[in-house]
Design a protein around this ligand. Sequence first.
Ligand code: S3P
Length: 174
Amino acid sequence: MKEVKIVLVGYMGSGKTTVGRIVANHLNVNFLDLDAFIEEGEKMSIASIFKEKGEIYFRKKEIEYLNKVFLKDESFVLSLGGGTPCFGNNMEFINSKTPNSFYLNVGINELEERLVKEKEHRPMISHLADDKLTEFIGMHLFERSYFYNKAHHKIKSNRNTPTEIAEMIVNKLV
Ligand code: S3P
């Protein structure tokens, strides 16, 4: 198989990590999670980085580690953080490196159902009351969709399983 670099973008809770792992397994290539890569390099959790150093510091690190990942001379599936595509020229950079960027487009209601259960460890939403979540996600997704839509491929999930979404990705690989 020729070298393939697959990048998954999408909002928090869109399944980037779960789906990414399945795709990587299926293709027998490494799976990388940008958040995990940053945590490993900085020896701090994402939540602590936000708390102790602030979001701007985190966004700078995100750009730095994204660049580092692409220095790897190997095939991989990379899942980004929900905000990664929206800072610096990250989407242009990614698209210049691979024809295989994918936006996992999940509807607001489904995202809310997932995120309400697991907002604690997510610094962007941990401070929000449950009844403010829908409005926040709606606005945030509206702002971010512009960047997500720069991905080469869009995968719309209509309550599909992670395995089905992984299959859709594999079928669209260039
Ligand atoms: C963020 C999403 C998180 C993580 C950080 C910021 C965001 O990643 O990078 O908390 O701005 O949407 P996930 O999308 O994997 O939750």
